[in-house]
Design a protein around this ligand. Structure first.
Ligand code: BEZ
Length: 213
């Protein structure tokens, strides 16, 4: 197993899922990807996470993001659990869940942290861009359900960074002012990239209206 770091190519794999066999890179195509692990099927926190993720599908679609869940349980269990998720969370699971009983994906992505659990995956999230590069990672323990609005927020930040060369400040939400990185200094480039102007609170702290709105 190699340590995965930001900027690394997301490891490719072929694995079974609730939507049939998935060849990861091929399945991603030109989309962004969110690959996230949950510890176990038929558990309470995971049930709420997968239901909420399904409800966010329009948000992921709008951003050209494919979502893929994984746990070390088999696909047969995922299929049975999906009806519980539908019943209790009020939504069908509308994205694939990988069955990973041989831990192929869990090991490739270092999702089992033995000092947390020898057998269960932690709550990992990998944000993968259309070039298959890992752009962000989040890791939570089994007892803490993730904030999937945060996952959408991170996607917005990454996509704005790609499209408009901006960074996003603390607690930024879509539509709020963004930051011009210190690496951009050429006044002509600034004028062209940020036609709405900017405020320099310090030479290194320059804020500008979100440029794509
Ligand atoms: C849960 O999803 O609720 C959960 C899963 C594994 C361990 C503890 C909690």
């Amino acid at each position: 197993m190699t340590t995965l770091r930001l900027g690394d190519t997301a490891p490719d794999f072929t694995q079974d899922s609730t939507a049939g066999t998935i060849r990861f890179h091929e399945w991603l195509g030109n989309s962004w990807g969110v690959l996230f692990s949950h510890p176990k099927d038929f558990t309470p926190v995971c049930t709420t996470e997968l239901g909420y993720t399904a409800k966010l599908k329009p948000q992921f679609d709008k951003r050209n993001v494919k979502v893929l869940a994984v746990s070390v349980d088999p696909v047969t269990d995922h299929n049975k659990w999906a009806s519980d998720i539908q019943e209790t969370q009020g939504t069908a699971v509308n994205f694939p869940i990988l069955g990973d009983p041989d831990r192929k994906v869990a090991d490739l992505y270092d999702m089992i942290h033995p000092n947390a659990s020898d057998t269960l995956t932690v709550r990992s999230v990998f944000f993968i861009d259309p070039k298959k590069k890992i752009r962000a990672m989040i890791t939570y323990p089994a007892s803490t359900g993730r904030n999937f609005e945060e996952i959408v927020r991170v996607l917005d930040s990454l996509q704005l960074n790609d499209s408009h060369s901006v960074a996003t400040p603390v607690n930024w939400k879509y539509g709020e002012d963004v930051i011009i990185p210190p690496s951009i200094q050429d006044p002509e480039v600034i004028k062209q990239k940020f036609p709405k102007g900017y405020k320099a609170l310090k030479p290194y702290l320059r804020v500008t209206p979100q440029p794509n709105l």
